[in-house]
Write a protein that binds this ligand. Structure first.
Ligand SMILES: *Cc1c(COP(=O)(O)O)cnc(C)c1O
Length: 341
């Protein structure tokens, strides 16, 4: 199967498996796993924060951050397409009792003025505005990159209103490679932030949440309470360290292949809209008078190619470690034929 469904589909390479096999391990809950400790120190430094904690998933990073920053009844300002609203099983309501205010951004990115307008002054009637969340890159917007100036402007308005700030950095390294701006400059205005290792970085499991020492102490209590504390997690952390050493620069290849796919799609009969390929994600809409997205998905599947139909008209393709230019050409040829009916 040639799999363009998601960058979560990557499998550990031989080099990564060797690093996993060689990992020194200990009891992570007790702070005795040297490989996990090394990973946390490395990510804290990369993101310009005091401290960091290793977690099983990016979802847990978001949910723990919401729980540390907010109290029940508080309001979180975020974007309508964000992962926190759409893909965390209602966790913010169930686990933290927070309200989510969904701003309509431009490709997943809202402005400082929108935050200023959304802020609710303290009073008897309204929920208390508490936290602003951004997603770098914005997945449902097609991997759109928040410019660092915009991130800083949003963080500045948040701080001026006494709001905490959080960055969902599931694909932050894609933004770093696309812009050439170091990660710590993206995260500078944000109280908490995290990196996912199981997306384009190609590790099987793991995410690292970073912040100041007090934030991470509090995050650790949630990690323990919610069952995310681990034992010999060094075998997972070793894969993440390997990814930091070997899988960052190559994200540029994924971006090049995504740009090729977007270019091909724009020329295709039956494709009515294609998102700009800023990083490794492309969304496109098909003319449903001709074929629906699920029908096209099925046609490609029959040829051993996986793509992601999101709605009746919308399809997502994602480039990653386990697909290349030749596979992209094969997929585009299959799409063009499929659209012919
Ligand atoms: C995948 C993803 C998450 C969740 O990460 P998991 O490791 O799959 O739990 C959060 N935010 C964004 C933007 C994502 O793409």
């Amino acid at each position: 199967m040639i799999d363009f469904f998601s960058d979560t589909k990557t499998k550990p390479t031989a080099g990564m498996r060797a690093a996993i096999a060689a990992a020194e391990v200990g009891d992570e809950q007790k702070g005795e796993d040297p490989t996990t400790t090394a990973l946390c120190e490395r990510v804290a430094d990369l993101l310009g924060k005091e401290s960091a904690v290793f977690l099983p998933s990016g979802t847990m990073c978001n949910e723990i951050a919401l729980n540390v920053h907010c109290r029940p009844g508080d309001e979180v300002i975020c974007e309508a397409g964000c992962h926190i609203i759409n893909y965390e099983a209602g966790g913010p309501a169930a686990l933290s009792g927070v309200m989510l205010l969904a701003l309509e951004g431009d490709r997943g990115r809202f402005s400082a003025a929108q935050v200023r307008d959304a802020y609710r002054p303290p009073g008897r009637y309204s929920p208390a505005s508490r936290l602003v969340c951004v997603e770098q890159t914005a997945n449902l917007a097609g991997g759109a990159v928040w410019p660092v100036e915009r991130l800083n402007a949003v963080a500045e308005v948040a701080r001026a209103h006494g709001l905490a700030t959080h960055m969902d950095g599931a694909r932050l390294m894609n933004a770093v490679v696309a812009t050439g701006v170091p990660a710590r400059q993206h995260t500078a205005g944000y109280d908490s932030c995290w990196l996912d290792f199981s997306k384009g970085l190609g590790a099987p499991v793991g995410a690292v949440l970073a912040g100041d020492r007090d934030f991470i102490d509090q995050a650790w209590r949630r990690k323990q309470a919610w069952g995310g504390a681990m034992r010999q997690s060094g075998i997972l952390a070793a894969a993440c360290l390997y990814a930091l050493d070997h899988h960052i620069d190559r994200l540029a290849d994924d971006h090049r292949v995504a740009a090729y796919i977007a270019g091909r799609l724009r020329e295709m009969d039956g494709v009515v809209h294609v998102t700009e390929a800023e990083t490794n994600i492309v969304f496109f809409d098909v003319d449903t008078d001709r074929i629906t997205a699920p029908e096209l998905e099925e046609k490609l599947e029959a040829r051993g190619i996986q793509i992601g139909a999101f709605t009746r008209e919308r399809i997502r393709v994602v480039t990653h470690l386990d697909v290349d230019q030749a596979m992209a050409e094969q997929m585009c040829d299959a799409l063009a034929e499929g659209l012919q009916g």
